[in-house]
Design a protein around this ligand. Structure first.
Ligand code: ZN
Ligand code: ZN
Length: 234
């Protein structure tokens, strides 16, 4: 006889949500599903979450945040009422890695997303997922060739600051690398004018457009500060 979990896996996501959350959260939880229903990646993540609630906590999923995205795989934080979980999403497959507060220990996952070690993950990501960008929520069925973070189509420029955009100088994540300091010849970025100037330099160099399943094989960049932080690594 199939177990309850297998039975649950066949249920429609809205039903899983109704069973999974407390009655008072039901409506809000369904609204989150409605928001993301046209994103195949988000639906896979929500389905994985609701068909196997971590620690059987009956908490609704509030939002999905993109930590990193590389070669068709995404690291996503699912924020629930009281917890943050990290999931690995790739090709429609979703794996729960654990609670965000525990970071990532798996070396091959760290390496894939270009983190040198667990501390490097914290340095780049920050200790709270609050500032991370939400997953893109398309208004109609989006082709899979859409950036999971900023939602642009293949061949388009990312929205500046998108964690998926690659740096045209070093080919690492543009939101993490040190090139903005090197290109501007400054040690810290103090105002918006500098950022504007960097944007100009970036356009002159030629920004790297989103391609479906982005799979550059770039070397790990040297010293990486957190996303668009004001100071380079020491
Ligand atoms: Zn993007
Ligand atoms: Zn760079």
């Amino acid at each position: 006889m199939p177990g309850l979990r297998e039975e649950m896996a066949h249920l429609e996501l809205p039903l899983l949500i109704k069973y999974g959350v407390l009655p008072e959260e039901k409506e809000k939880a369904l609204a989150v599903y409605e928001k993301y229903r046209f994103s195949a990646a988000a639906v896979s993540l929500l389905r994985c979450y609701y068909s196997d609630l971590p620690e059987a906590r009956e908490e609704m999923a509030i939002d999905l945040k993109i930590v990193a995205s590389r070669q068709g795989a995404d690291l996503v934080v699912l924020q629930s009422t009281r917890h943050d979980y990290i999931y690995l999403h790739s090709d429609g497959q979703v794996v729960l890695l654990g609670e965000f507060k525990n970071g990532i220990k798996d070396e091959s996952i760290l390496r894939h997303f270009q983190y040198k070690n667990p501390d490097d993950f914290w340095e780049k990501t920050g200790t709270s997922p609050a500032h991370l960008p939400s997953m893109h929520a398309p208004e109609a069925t989006a082709s899979p060739g859409v950036c999971v973070a900023c939602g642009v189509a293949a061949g388009e420029l990312h929205i500046l600051g998108c964690p998926v955009e690659q740096c045209p100088w070093c080919e690492a994540q543009l939101s993490h690398c040190n090139c903005r300091f090197d290109q501007l010849g400054v040690g810290t970025i103090e105002d918006d004018q500098q950022l504007d100037r960097f944007e100009l330099l970036l356009e002159r160099k030629g920004r790297i457009r989103f391609k479906s399943g982005q799979n550059p094989s770039y070397p790990t960049a040297g010293n990486d500060p957190p996303p668009f932080s004001d100071e380079p690594d020491k």
